[in-house]
Design a protein around this ligand. Structure first.
Ligand code: G1P
Ligand code: ZN
Length: 546
């Protein structure tokens, strides 16, 4: 037994089951004595023998990031990991970590992030595990972590070893070589291989194109400055809120209209940007805005796929695409046109992984502001923004013109997501259970103004490895192909969040430009009645509509 490795006895916690995206909890829960350590021990045990292996560590920089990373390094060292690569100051975006795990042939990656959730002592914290392919750990591994977590009697760590995350270069943490790295250059280089940087520089550097990227005081600031301002010569100051802060400067790092308010407001000004974009806390989500519209995420992935010829890294090689089930079917229409398969997967990036690994797809995306490709195994916010810019540079169109051209060609899959947040668990689950029990009865019937064609519960069989995932959302499709999807969120930190996704295809010229809310009118109300939401939850309206 190695000297300085100590075993700390502790009682297991019973709530350490990872959700859609790792273990996400209130910071106050994570900072209880032994909570993080026990979870990390469960991760280490689930990974098996780590002796001699390399692990990459990153984080979005939120409150508790640094102490958590230092804890992880000590525990990995106690598990005899030979090399740890960690972002300077503990910072590394989620997609940059995925790239680094792959590039360095690491065995695993650990990410400390709660994505777009607010940070701070009152906010949220989270831990994600990625495997050697750079992808979020699949269900079989997360389930093993949970099983280990329930049986722990303590954890192993190092006694008193200091780690300096601010000092670039290598240091020894007992017998583990800890390299503090700056992932920005590697990431920027990877982007240069995929996109036409000369064309991008011409567009962004031109005086007629006003460009703004809002990093929301979160992890992408240094990446965005390097790429947009240094390499592509956007005027200095084009990247705003560019310094990652522990409390995100009081912002909620979610790039939607409710929280990226400054950016949305700037776009509406007369002298506002022609192109605006933002990403979330850990840099995997994106929003793209034109002067008069924000691109809906389900449309974003469809438009990226439809215009793949514009981006050098994708021209002539998109052989398949995928979307999560609740994401609108805009991508399916593009896939049909391209003559390539469009796979449908459960919510969560991990389900795209086997399709990407096996070469079945090149592009994929989710309605929750995530898009990505086979360059990484995570969604990638800056990648999506660069891809958009590359298309605009080639097609010489504004964001608004490109979106409207797309709608005219493929129809518009008007889409809305309605979230009922912080529901009491029993009520929310009973509601889903009751709806599930009635699916057969409502099929073929007219209910609350909807003529229901099919009503079922979505389950998935991975076409590559045959693994299955049941109960991934309840789907109602009407005779005129409108769709309602119900599912409970897997990333919440208190109570249940019910998500309802509604979608309707519109083709008529005049209507195309109406608000999404107008185009899906009737569906949210019918969805609420159909599932008896007021009775089960006591709520008469959703908390967030996006
Ligand atoms: C949410 C999104 C999902 C995304 C995940 C992680 O999960 O809906 O698309 O992959 O966050 O960013 P949910 O809370 O719905 O389980
Ligand atoms: Zn995120």
């Amino acid at each position: 037994m190695i000297e300085r490795v100590i075993s700390v006895p502790a009682q297991p916690f019973h709530d350490q089951r990872p959700g859609t995206s790792g273990l996400r909890k209130r910071t106050a829960i994570f900072s209880q004595p032994h909570y993080l350590e026990l979870y990390l021990q469960a991760v280490i045990d689930a990974l098996g023998n780590l002796r001699g292996k390399t692990v990459v560590i990153g984080g979005d920089g939120r409150y508790h990031n640094r102490p958590a990373i230092e804890t992880a390094i000590r525990m990995l060292s106690a598990a005899e990991v030979s090399r740890v690569l960690v972002g300077r100051d503990g910072l590394m975006s989620t997609p940059a970590l995925s790239l680094m795990v792959r590039a360095k042939n690491a065995y695993a990656g650990l990410l400390f992030t709660a994505s777009h959730n607010p940070g701070g002592p009152q906010g949220d914290f989270g831990v994600k595990l990625n495997l050697g392919n750079g992808a979020p750990a699949p269900e079989r591994v997360t389930e093993a972590i949970f099983q280990h977590s329930r049986r722990l009697t303590g954890y192993r760590t190092l006694d008193r070893v200091a780690i300096d995350l601010a000092k670039p270069g290598a240091q020894l943490c007992f017998e583990t070589l800890v390299e503090v790295v700056d992932p920005v250059t590697d990431y920027a280089r990877a982007m240069e291989k995929l996109f036409d940087f000369a064309a991008l520089e011409k567009l962004i550097g031109s005086r007629d194109f006003r460009f703004r990227f809002d990093a929301m005081n979160a992890v992408t600031g240094p990446y965005a400055r390097e790429i947009f301002e240094n390499r592509l010569r956007a005027p200095v100051g084009s990247v705003v809120n560019a310094v990652p802060l522990e409390d995100f400067g009081g912002l909620h790092p979610d790039p939607g209209p409710s929280y990226a308010k400054d950016l949305f407001a700037a776009m509406a000004e007369d002298t506002g940007p022609d192109f605006g974009a933002a990403s979330d806390g850990d840099g995997d989500r994106h929003v793209v805005l034109g002067r008069d519209l924000a691109v809906a995420p389900s449309d974003s992935i469809a438009i990226l796929a439809a215009n793949h010829q514009a981006a050098p890294g994708y021209a002539k090689r998109v052989n398949g695409v995928a979307r999560s089930m609740p994401t609108s079917r805009a991508l399916d229409a593009v896939a049909k046109h391209l003559g390539v398969p469009c796979y449908e997967t459960p919510t969560g990036w991990k389900y795209f992984t086997s399709l990407l690994d096996s070469g079945r797809i090149v592009l994929c995306g989710e309605e929750s502001a995530g898009a990505g490709s086979d360059h990484a195994r995570e969604k990638d916010g800056l990648w999506a923004v660069l891809y958009w810019l590359n298309i605009l540079a080639v097609r010489r169109m504004s964001v608004g013109a490109l979106v409207r051209t797309h709608w005219r060609a493929f129809g518009r899959h008007a889409f809305q997501r309605l979230d009922y947040v912080g529901l009491e668990e029993d009520g929310a689950r009973a509601m889903m259970q009751d709806l599930r029990a009635r699916l057969r009865d409502i099929e073929g019937r007219r209910v609350h103004g909807l003529l229901i064609d099919t009503a079922d519960e979505y389950s998935y069989v991975d076409p590559v490895d045959g693994t299955t995932a049941d109960r991934q959302g309840i789907r109602i499709v009407t005779a005129d192909h409108a769709r309602i999807v119900y599912r409970l969120s897997g990333t919440g930190t208190s109570g249940e969040t019910l998500r309802i996704y509604v979608e309707r295809l519109v083709r008529e010229g005049d209507m195309l430009d109406a608000s999404a809310g107008r185009l899906v009118a009737g569906l949210p109300g019918a969805a609420a009645l159909l599932a008896d939401i007021p009775r089960y939850t006591g709520r008469s309206a959703p908390d967030v509509v996006s």
